[in-house]
Design a protein around this ligand. Sequence first.
Ligand code: AHM
Ligand code: MG
Length: 332
Amino acid sequence: MTRRNQTLGEFIIENQKDFPYASGELSRLINSIRLAAKMVNHEVNKAGLVDITGAAGETNIQGEDQQKLDVLANETFINTLTNREIVCGIASEENDEFITIKGQKNDHRNNYVVLMDPLDGSSNIDVNVSVGTIFSIYRRITPTGTPVTLDDFLQPGNLQVAAGYIIYGTSTMLVYTTGHGVNGFTLNPALGTYYLSHPNMKFPKDGNIYSVNEGNYIHFPQGIKDYIKYCQEEKEDRPYTSRYIGSLVSDIHRNMIKGGVYMYPNTSKSPNGKLRLLYECNPMAFITEQAGGKASDGYRRIMDIKPTQLHERTPFICGSKNMVEKVESFMK
Ligand code: AHM
Ligand code: MG
């Protein structure tokens, strides 16, 4: 059941029965992410002050090193999840290897692994443009009570149990799915509480926004070049509008509300594209599909790709269903 003005905490409890295995473990995990996101939000909001109070790489008044925000976000999420002994393993875009969490009291007894990009689009921070956190949750496939292995992380996106993002924008929102649709919660900063502001979010089937870094145009595959020209043609419903923030979470969030397609294709310079399958594409694909949209690498469903490496990259076409299918038809 969804109710406007419901808090995220209430929503998690009321919908717990819909979660697979309904043991409360996943609810506690999402609660921990909610908490870490609040801490990161607090730091992101102060970003402009860093230059005044001490630049990254310098030492602050307490003698602690001032950290870059992406490092700080990474540590905040890892520490929150580790201290609460809520997961058995974490993989992060910021870390070369996955982290195994044994737990003080539970000897690898937790069931979930989290994969995340703690602060995506962090180059936008210097210019006061929105950034985001992306997370993806799977049930481990190795037996509980044993340390996690790489196999627990290299699962296809269609086995995700939950996924979400936090957008640190004009307001801060947490948007997530557990496979029962997508709901968005906006943070009231005065109270530190997230409220259900966007129940049951839906990607419009069609749209008129295309989001791509056109600076890479000459390096794009022919199908993408042709699709861009299609977007720019003078027709009844075209030309489309071009909108590209360069912050995946914000670009997809806008397109989900307004209707549009996001593209990060392979280029002759980066043959597998730029975005990471496990930390960025799979979670955004899960949310997109749950909202009625579609996510593809141009040929295949993103969530059906069997990953072979933690930091694997993939071309990514994601958004309104009819628009993604149109791109795919140009790729053939
Ligand atoms: P990051 O994980 O290093 O921040 O890179 C991911 C970001 C996405 O948020 C964004 O859509 C894309 O990179 C922008 O890349 P580009 O600057 O090449 O257009
Ligand atoms: Mg990223």
